[in-house]
Design a protein. Sequence first.
Length: 171
Amino acid sequence: MKDSDFDDDDITHLRHCIQLAATAVEAGDEPFGSVLVDSAGRVRFSDRNRISGGDATRHPEFAIARWAAENLTPDERAAATVYTSGEHCPMCSAAHALVGLGRIVFASSGAQYAAWMAELGVAPGPVAGLSITQVAPGIPVAGPVPGLDDEVRELHERAARRCLPLRPRGS
């Protein structure tokens, strides 16, 4: 994806997601933040990762899917865009598709996340790291965004420092 594939609104909403991800790190959670934007450009719902309480399904993208199913019509859901600091995991991709949400724009990809975690020595999680298009091939996606992905990486490194000693990059 090229920089030109993202407009100013996309970047503004992704920066909001990164701020939510930073808030998640400050609260002891993993750095993920997401916003749901309707077809008129209004933010309808936003959330951050909340898994530190023990419920591993408390992803912001999953919360968006639940909120949208309860509060928006099928046409409103299809016309909405979900912005997120990191590409949806398989659980969130499935929820997104099942409730009929529209486009997804992410600052960093699942492949980047997997590579960063491997570099940091963090073991893979219990779910295969499938891309959105592998789980829900009909959803239009855009990402990662050069520059913003570096900001997300820094948040992941900060979060990982809480749990393990880090090797310097490149070692």
